[in-house]
Design a protein around this ligand. Structure first.
Ligand SMILES: [Zn+2]
Length: 233
């Protein structure tokens, strides 16, 4: 039995992270390696530690640094939801620009840039105490990266996943969707010359981004947001 494989068994919510052939049984068998920790084998099975909740080794609660023996079973629970909202807010991976704009629309602090590489993202998340939202498992498996794997390929599904996972309090219409800056109310007279014809007559509440000066009129903005928020109540 000395070379018996280690079995990693995952909660139903994590099955999609396994190889297709391992999904029916919800487990992955890996050759025993005396140097491998629980954390190593969980990630080798395809589950970033950011997605792992409670861990058990042969039925007993354990920690990532423990070492499975030959024939051990490592059971992986999903992260309990909701997770606390990170102090510094969110940082979104390059491919999640649409999700970033939607989070901002709901008033959440969602940093995003279209040209950050993996090292930039990891460093910024750590420096600003943000949680990194990504669909890249390899990035989440980097040492020291605190993040969350976003489920769903459509932005609507991704938004639903993030709101379900963190249950943040929403403050619609308080942030710029372009840059994430705070919005401040602005008198119509101050922005009248920058508005398209017809806007001034139709909408009477305006706000401006303190960071990039983009002007929003709440008629159009508010209808979009109400529809978005209504879907997540
Ligand atoms: Zn802005």
């Amino acid at each position: 039995m000395d070379d018996a494989p280690v079995t990693v068994r995952v909660a139903p919510e994590l099955v999609f992270l396994l190889r297709p052939r391992d999904r029916p049984a919800r487990e992955r068998r890996l050759g025993h390696d005396a140097d491998a920790t629980v954390g190593h084998v969980v990630q080798a099975a395809g589950v970033p530690l950011t997605e792992a909740g409670g861990l058990r080794l042969d039925g007993v609660p354990t920690v990532v640094g423990a070492r499975p023996g030959p024939g051990s079973v490592v059971a992986v629970a999903a992260v309990p939801r909701p997770q606390p909202v990170p102090r510094g807010g969110f940082l979104l991976d390059v491919g999640l620009g649409t999700l970033a704009r939607r989070l901002r629309l709901l008033g959440l602090d969602a940093a995003w840039s279209n040209d950050a590489d993996d090292a930039d993202l990891a460093a910024r998340a750590a420096a600003e105490e943000r949680v990194l939202l990504t669909q890249d498992r390899g990035l989440l498996m980097r040492r020291g990266v605190g993040g969350a794997l976003v489920r769903g390929s459509r932005p609507d599904d991704q938004l639903a996943d993030v709101l379900d996972r963190f249950a943040p309090s929403l403050a619609p219409l308080t942030r710029c969707t372009a840059c994430g800056g705070r919005l401040e109310a602005v008198p119509t007279a101050e922005v009248a010359d920058r508005l398209p014809p017809g806007t001034r007559r139709t909408f009477d509440e305006f706000s401006r981004c303190v960071a990039c000066a983009h002007v929003y009129w709440h008629g159009a903005h508010a209808r979009r947001i109400e529809a978005l928020v209504a879907r997540h109540r």
